[in-house]
Design a protein around this ligand. Structure first.
Ligand SMILES: [Zn+2]
Length: 293
C-alpha cells in the first residue's frame, strides 16, 4: 500500500491560504495558543526565553545542501578547478557539521522518558516561547505545533495549550500539590503518591521536562478528564497529529505498556516519519523504540 505523503502545506492554496493568514495572524493564533479564554492549568515561571530558531533553520539549510548541484553537471563544470576544490572542502565540512547536528536533534527527538527512564542530566535542548502565549516548548517542535493548531483553527476548531515545557522544580510542585489534595482527603502519603503518579510524574520523569510534550485541550472544555476525548478539537488532533510529527502518547488501550493512565490531551513530538510509522502500526513510543533496537 502506498503511503500518501500528507504535507499540510500542500493543501494551503488560494482561498485557504488567505483564510489561514488572516485568521491566524489576527485572531486565531491568540485563541489557539492561549490568550483569550484559555486558562492553561499552570504558569511557566522559568527563564527560558525566546531564542532564534536555529534548529529549524539548520534543517532547511541541510535540505538545500543535499540537493545541491550534482558533480559533472553543466553548472559545476563552469567552476574553476581550484575554486571548486575549496568549495567542495568547505561544503564537506559544513555538511558534516549539519549532519552531526541533525543526528543530535534526531536522537533528542526520540528521547524516552517514563517511569523507568528519567531524563538524562545532560539533556540540553533549546526552548522557545510560543507565539502569543506564555508557554515554552522545545524550539524544534514549535513550527509543526503552530502549523497543526493553525490548520485545526482553520477548520473552525478552538484549542488551548494547557501545558508544554515544565522545569523539574515545576514538575515536582505539581506532583506535591496533587499529593496534598489526596492526603487532605484522608489518604496516607503512600496511597496518595501511588494515586497521583498514575498521571503526574515526579521531577526528572516527566516528558514535559523535555519540551517535546504538550497538553492540548478544547477551548470550550479545558478539563483534563474523560470528557476531553469527546470534544471535536481532541478528535481532530487524534486523527491528524501524526501529520505534524506528534503522537498521542498515552493511549487508552496501552496503559500497561506506557505505565500512565489514558490521557486524551497529551501529545509527544517524535518527528513526522516516526509518528506516521507508529500510527500505521498502532505502536506506543515504548513499542516503537523496542522495535527499532
Ligand atoms: Zn501532559
Amino acid at each position: 500500500m502506498s503511503e500518501q505523503k500528507k504535507n499540510p502545506l500542500n493543501h494551503i492554496s488560494g482561498k485557504r491560504l488567505i483564510k489561514n493568514l488572516v485568521g491566524v495572524s489576527v485572531l486565531s493564533l491568540s485563541v489557539l495558543t492561549g490568550v483569550t479564554g484559555c486558562r492553561g492549568n499552570e504558569r511557566i515561571s522559568n527563564n527560558d526565553t525566546a531564542k532564534v530558531p536555529q534548529a529549524v533553520s539548520m534543517k532547511l539549510i541541510s535540505v538545500k545542501t543535499s540537493v545541491s548541484i550534482p558533480e559533472g553537471s553543466g553548472q559545476s563544470k563552469v567552476l574553476k578547478k581550484s575554486k571548486e576544490e575549496t568549495v567542495k572542502k568547505t561544503d564537506k565540512k559544513a555538511d558534516k557539521k549539519k549532519a552531526d547536528q541533525l543526528n543530535r536533534e534526531q536522537s533528542d527527538l526520540l528521547v524516552l522518558v517514563n517511569k523507568d527512564h528519567p531524563l538524562s542530566e545532560d539533556y540540553d535542548v533549546k526552548m522557545k516561547t510560543l507565539d502569543h502565549s506564555d508557554k515554552v516548548a522545545a524550539e524544534v517542535i514549535i513550527q509543526d505545533l503552530q502549523d497543526m493548531l493553525a490548520d485545526g483553527t482553520g477548520e473552525g476548531l478552538r484549542f488551548c495549550i494547557a501545558s508544554a515545557y515544565r522545569s523539574a522544580e515545576r514538575q515536582q510542585e505539581i506532583l506535591d500539590q496533587d499529593i496534598k489534595k489526596l492526603t487532605d482527603k484522608g489518604m496516607t502519603e503512600e496511597e496518595a503518591y501511588i494515586q497521583a503518579t498514575r498521571t503526574v510524574m515526579p521531577a526528572g520523569y516527566s516528558e514535559h521536562e523535555t519540551g517535546l510534550a504538550v497538553d492540548i485541550v478544547a477551548l470550550s472544555n479545558q478539563l483534563l478528564d474523560d470528557s476531553q476525548e469527546n470534544t471535536p478539537e481532541t478528535q481532530w488532533l487524534h486523527d491528524n497529529c501524526d501529520q505534524y510529527g506528534f503522537i498521542l502518547r498515552y493511549p487508552k488501550e496501552k496503559t500497561e505498556i506506557t505505565g500512565i493512565d489514558y490521557e486524551s490531551w497529551h501529545y509527544r513530538y517524535v518527528g513526522k516519519e516516526a509518528a506516521a510509522y507508529m500510527k500505521k502500526h498502532d505502536l506506543t513510543f515504548e513499542e516503537y523504540l523496542e522495535e527499532k533496537v
